[in-house]
Design a protein around this ligand. Structure first.
Ligand SMILES: C[S@@+](CC[C@H](N)C(=O)[O-])C[C@H]1O[C@@H](n2cnc3c(N)ncnc32)[C@H](O)[C@@H]1O
Length: 259
């Protein structure tokens, strides 16, 4: 197995921080460092100028386009890599997660970067909001089989039973996400799993049950250098084998739907 490189998402000034960190700027804006070193000792860590996030994990928020000033809910938010992206892009963010401990970490991460969001510790499948959202990001809990190179233990810890249990949770969260969306709003569904059941099958089922929703295909121009990740349906599927000359990426499935 190839060791995963260290990917960092800059809050801004990608070229400046690439120089400071001796990192390559990937076509989608992620800074990739191949040298070692302790994360907390790297320049810019203390002031939250960047955060650790695999290049593939940055794509779900990227697919929301211009979200400056929009009301966005991040329904499975902790530890907050994607919440930080949403805030840095100027959205008005509500971050929800079921885990109090993980939410605490999210709060610390936001504070270090000088970013802010409304933080809610709750089961997102039961949570209600006073006002609907322009956009929802559902980065659902999953088996994580797309991140095996970073977490090889997943191969032993997760089995078919986990997939069955998780798909039920994913469906419940998707249903609630749709309820929280304004008419015309955008829903991004993402999982860092390579399992068909956790990705395309969940979206296929949702679209079949709720005819108000439709898929908004991802266009090559939205994913510089990564057009190969766009499926015939217009969803995104990344694999650890993509960008092999640069060190690969995590496996993700992402779909963009509109109400
Ligand atoms: C894939 S992780 C999210 C990663 C995060 N979006 C990021 O970019 O850092 C999934 C998260 O879902 C949370 N979760 C699981 N079930 C949930 C539920 N029913 N409601 C809200 N959050 C839930 C977990 O606590 C976990 O933090």
């Amino acid at each position: 197995m190839i060791e995963a490189p260290l990917d960092l998402t800059p809050r801004s000034n990608a070229d400046f921080w690439a120089g400071q960190l001796e990192a390559e700027v990937l076509p989608t804006g992620t800074l990739r460092r191949t040298g070692g070193g302790h994360i907390t000792e790297l320049p810019g860590f203390a002031e939250g100028a960047w955060w650790v996030q695999d290049v593939a994990a940055t794509l779900p928020v990227r697919l929301l386009g211009d979200i400056a000033g929009k009301r966005v809910a991040d329904l499975c938010a902790a530890p907050g890599g994607k919440t930080m992206q949403l805030c840095a892009a100027g959205a008005q963010v509500t971050a929800v997660d079921i885990s109090g401990r993980r939410m605490e970490r999210l709060g610390e991460n936001l504070a270090r970067a000088g970013l802010s969001a409304e933080l809610v510790t709750a089961d997102a499948s039961k949570w209600t909001a006073a006002k609907m959202f322009d956009a929802i990001l559902l980065d659902a809990p999953c088996t994580g089989t797309g991140t095996l190179r970073r977490h090889p233990d997943i191969a032993w810890l997760k089995d078919e039973e986990d997939v069955g249990r998780l798909t039920l949770t994913q469906d419940r969260l998707l249903l609630r996400a749709v309820d929280l969306l304004k008419p015309g709003g955008t829903l991004i569904y993402a999982v860092c799993s390579l399992q068909e059941d956790e990705g395309p099958a969940r979206v296929h089922g949702l679209l079949a049950r709720d005819r108000r929703l439709h898929r908004v295909s991802v266009l090559p121009a939205e994913l510089p250098g990564l057009a190969e990740a766009i499926t015939p349906n217009g969803d995104v599927r990344t694999f650890p084998s993509m960008w092999p000359e640069r060190g690969g990426m995590d496996g993700f499935y992402i779909a963009r739907l509109k109400l």
